[in-house]
Design a binder for this molecule. Structure first.
Ligand SMILES: NC(=O)C1=CN([C@@H]2O[C@H](COP(=O)(O)OP(=O)(O)OC[C@H]3O[C@@H](n4cnc5c(N)ncnc54)[C@H](OP(=O)(O)O)[C@@H]3O)[C@@H](O)[C@H]2O)C=CC1
Ligand SMILES: O=C(O)C1=N[C@H](C(=O)O)C[C@H](O)C1
Length: 273
């Protein structure tokens, strides 16, 4: 029987870590070989399935990412920017595919992935769902079709534990809108309005972030003009959409040339971009 790719999950106890461990337990295309948490975490040394309150998986949670990643074919990483940079170096050494869902990375941190991508496949996206990646393409097209009479606003809503804003997805959508308009997002980005802001600047792309309760992830791209509004919307009601996308990316990356890729590559949507 052919062995399926072995996957390491970093941030195993997190919202996405748990979701991925559940999805891998049911998968016939990939299997769990490692679960990583920070030193001092109370899951270290325990079977990850039991730590989650379920059946044993045979995989013990470790605080040694080097040891875990050395024996895997892919690392799926939804953690935090500094941790992701550390895991990128280890995945590159092991020539393992590194699927990065972590958001909130600065441009400098993203640039620091480049040496790792010379040795291994990196798939990074602020959102791994098919729906959002389609929405990115639609946003670019609608923005290209409309002029600056249409004010573009990206509105996102997430749970009250999210630490970064705007969300990675909102930034992907903003980039797509700016691209459609033929401008650089950095030149037209308008985040965090508060106080006497003055009237809206024509051509700017605005961002608003809502944080509350257990909202999984909701994104609107609004094109607002005098007399009409177009709203493109994606609502995620289950984190499994991100988890399934990440596993798909880990499989897609097997045997591929080293480099940096995104979910449009994985989903075969690049030609539509
Ligand atoms: N691209 C996409 O489709 C999606 C991206 N995300 C992004 O993924 C990231 C995680 O989200 P979520 O699961 O909700 O967050 P959580 O806070 O629930 O989980 C993050 C996990 O990573 C762990 N972690 C952080 N640093 C390290 C480290 N150095 N070593 C090992 N483990 C570490 C945390 O441990 P501790 O608690 O000890 O800090 C925690 O268990 C966020 O950036 C989020 O925006 C989320 C969903 C979808
Ligand atoms: O933190 C989250 O939860 C999510 N983060 C990603 C983002 O920043 O866009 C993707 C998704 O919306 C959930």
């Amino acid at each position: 029987m052919t062995q399926t790719p072995g996957i390491v999950i970093t941030g195993a106890s997190g919202r996405m870590g748990r979701m991925l461990i559940e999805l891998l337990a049911r998968s016939d295309q990939a299997h769990l070989v490692g679960a990583v948490e920070r030193a001092g975490h109370d899951w270290i040394g325990r079977d990850v399935g039991e730590a989650m309150g379920g059946a044993p998986t045979g995989v013990t949670v470790t605080d040694d990412p080097l040891e875990a990643i050395a024996k895997c074919q892919a690392v799926i990483d939804f953690t935090a920017p500094a941790a992701t940079l550390e895991f990128a170096a280890l995945a590159a050494q092991a020539r393992a595919v590194h699927v990065i869902g972590t958001t909130g990375m600065t441009d400098d941190q993203i640039a620091m992935l480049e040496p790792a991508a010379r040795h291994a496949v990196i798939v990074r996206a602020g959102n791994m769902s098919l729906g959002v990646n389609l929405l990115v393409l639609l946003t670019r097209r609608v923005a290209a079709a409309l002029d600056e009479d249409y004010d573009i606003e990206v509105i996102e809503a997430h749970h009250n534990q999210k630490v970064d804003a705007p969300s990675g997805t909102a930034l992907m959508l903003g980039e797509a809108a700016a691209d459609g308009r033929g401008v650089a997002l950095a030149d037209v980005r308008d985040s965090g309005r508060d106080g006497m802001t003055g009237a809206r600047t024509r051509g700017h792309i605005g961002f608003s972030a809502i944080r509350g309760g257990d909202i999984v992830g909701e994104h609107d791209v609004m094109f607002a003009a005098a007399g009409e509004r177009i709203v493109l919307r994606h609502v995620a009601s289950d984190r499994a959409v991100f988890g399934r996308g990440a596993i798909k990316a880990a499989l897609w990356g097997q045997g591929r040339r080293p480099g940096e890729y995104d979910m449009l590559d994985v989903l075969g949507l690049k030609d539509l971009a």
